[in-house]
Write a protein that binds this ligand. Structure first.
Ligand code: URP
Ligand code: ZN
Ligand code: ZN
Ligand code: ZN
Length: 486
């Protein structure tokens, strides 16, 4: 059984050209002119792009005394309707602290529900022998990246020595360390200050997490990665200070990657001063939204290549859950939505305005993610043999974002009322059409698969080379080989 996507313009991270795409089973068989297949999918007037990969989500995550409301089913379905065919979700260790058990728990929850493919990152929230040992198990189980929280003091935060130990372990294993860069000690202090001053509303959230705290933590994490000889991926980059640290590190030859969120690119700090408490609280996330200057810095970073991917950090809490913090902003569950809107909002605010080329759009929503997370070209590419995760992207299909029509379980949407000018006409996951505009029929939950992400293979070799050589800075700095060019 073959399918052919006909009449579209194939758009990749490099170029665009008129061509048909032939799919056999789950993979791409051929890209060329006048191809024939058993079934025809219409792409006339549209781009044909690799399915979006969201590198940062939190589905059903237990967090801040509650659990994120978006399920693996609703999350992967909402993503598919917006042109995203793969998510990489964050596993958090449970009460027993075991990484291995956490991954198995994530499999137990996600496997029967997922409508499209998924991968995991693992959070490192402490340091001991078991974690050291189990990091290898995690890599063997296909989880090759570890997130370290430099904030959420008293809950998830790790200390510098713990990060250093974990980063060195990442180097041994060929895994990618990630950080949530905010100085958690200073945030905790500022939060207490705000509450003591009687500032209990969402604006206190913004005041207690200034960009300087993020920049300091980003610089510190970069120093630790440099000393450990690992690359580094900084999640949810929101401000110029963190971006500047990344630019500087890259200029020195380090492989440091920065992930702005679609929310940070398009929503600003004035949201926290909205007189409607619910409106403001629904947008409380960490780091917080910043001013327009910071947004400009992030757009510039995507243009210049100093920032490489656009994520959502989709952590969906309902209005009722947000109201846990009605008397105290520190109790508002942190997180905001975007899993369905990422591509459409980025196209509308980025490509339509001339800030990004269509090719850059594909790079930052899919191809760069696949490369950095070591699943390229199985994912993130339109080439023969790749998974047929493909979106027929219609640049003339507009809609107004609304919680009454979105596919998330949330009762609101941070992009509510926004007009977007482009949408997914069809979304294919491994050759199966899982979304068609105007049809709205959800695919079978559980059809999605876990995608193991292998360790970076050249790490061990490069490491021994590093041990033998006396000095060369570049070799010391960069023992792990993440595909070049991003
Ligand atoms: O506010 C946020 N970002 N919530 C999700 C957890 C995290 O820090 O990524
Ligand atoms: Zn975080
Ligand atoms: Zn501390
Ligand atoms: Zn997150």
């Amino acid at each position: 059984m073959t399918k052919v996507i006909k009449g579209g313009t194939v758009l990749t991270a490099d170029r665009q050209w008129k061509a048909d795409v032939l799919i056999e089973g789950e993979t791409i068989k051929q890209i060329g002119e006048n191809l024939k297949g058993d079934e025809v999918i219409d792409a006339e007037g549209a781009y044909v792009i690799p399915g979006g990969i969201d590198p940062h989500t939190h589905l059903e995550m237990p967090f801040m005394g509650t659990t994120a409301a978006e399920t693996f089913e609703s999350g992967t379905w909402a993503a598919a309707t917006g042109g995203t065919t793969m998510l990489v979700d964050f596993c958090l260790p449970g009460e027993d602290g075991s990484i291995k058990n956490a991954i198995n728990e994530w499999h137990r929850k996600s496997a029967p529900q997922i409508c499209s493919d998924i991968g995991y990152h693992m959070a490192i929230t402490g340091w001991n022998e078991t974690i050291f040992t189990e990091m290898k198990d995690a890599v063997d189980m296909g989880v090759n990246s570890f997130k370290h929280f430099m904030a959420y003091k008293g809950a998830l935060m790790v200390e510098d020595d713990e990060m250093f130990a974990s980063f060195k372990r990442c180097r041994e294993l060929g895994a990618l360390p990630m950080v949530h860069a905010e100085n958690g000690d200073l945030v905790a202090d500022m939060q207490a200050d705000m509450l003591a001053k009687g500032i209990t509303g969402p604006e206190g959230h913004a005041y207690s997490r200034p960009p300087e705290f993020e920049g300091e933590a980003a610089n510190r994490a970069i120093t630790i990665a440099d000393a450990a000889g690992t690359p580094l991926y900084i999640v949810h980059v929101s401000c110029e200070q963190a971006h500047e640290a990344i630019r500087r590190a890259r200029q020195k030859g380090m492989r440091v990657y920065g992930e702005p969120l679609i929310q940070f690119l398009t929503l600003d700090e004035s949201e926290y001063f909205n007189k409607d408490w619910d409106h403001a609280a629904r947008r409380v996330m960490s780091p917080p939204f910043r001013s327009k200057d910071h947004q400009d810095s992030l757009w510039a970073g995507l243009q210049a290549g100093s920032l490489q991917v656009v994520a959502t950090d989709h952590a969906a809490f309902t209005t009722e859950q947000k109201r846990m913090g009605v008397d105290d902003f520190t109790k508002i569950p942190n997180g905001s939505n975007g899993i369905e809107e990422r591509l459409a909002v980025l196209w509308t605010k980025g490509v339509e305005t001339g800030r990004l080329t269509p090719e850059e759009f594909v790079a930052v929503t899919s191809t760069n993610v696949a490369k950095i997370l070591n699943i390229y070209p199985k994912k993130g590419a339109l080439v023969e043999g790749a998974d047929a995760d493909i979106v027929v992207w219609d640049p003339k299909l507009s809609k107004t974002i609304s919680p009454t029509t979105h596919h998330s379980v949330l009762d609101y949407n941070v992009f509510e009322g926004w007009e977007v000018t482009a949408q997914a006409r069809h979304t294919l996951s491994r050759g199966e059409v899982i979304w068609s505009w105007g049809k709205n029929s959800q695919p079978q939950p559980g059809r999605g698969r876990f995608v193991p992400r292998p360790a970076f293979s050249s790490a061990a070799k490069a490491l021994s080379q590093w041990k033998e050589l006396t000095a060369p800075k570049q070799v010391k700095r960069d023992p792990m080989n993440i595909p070049a060019g991003i």
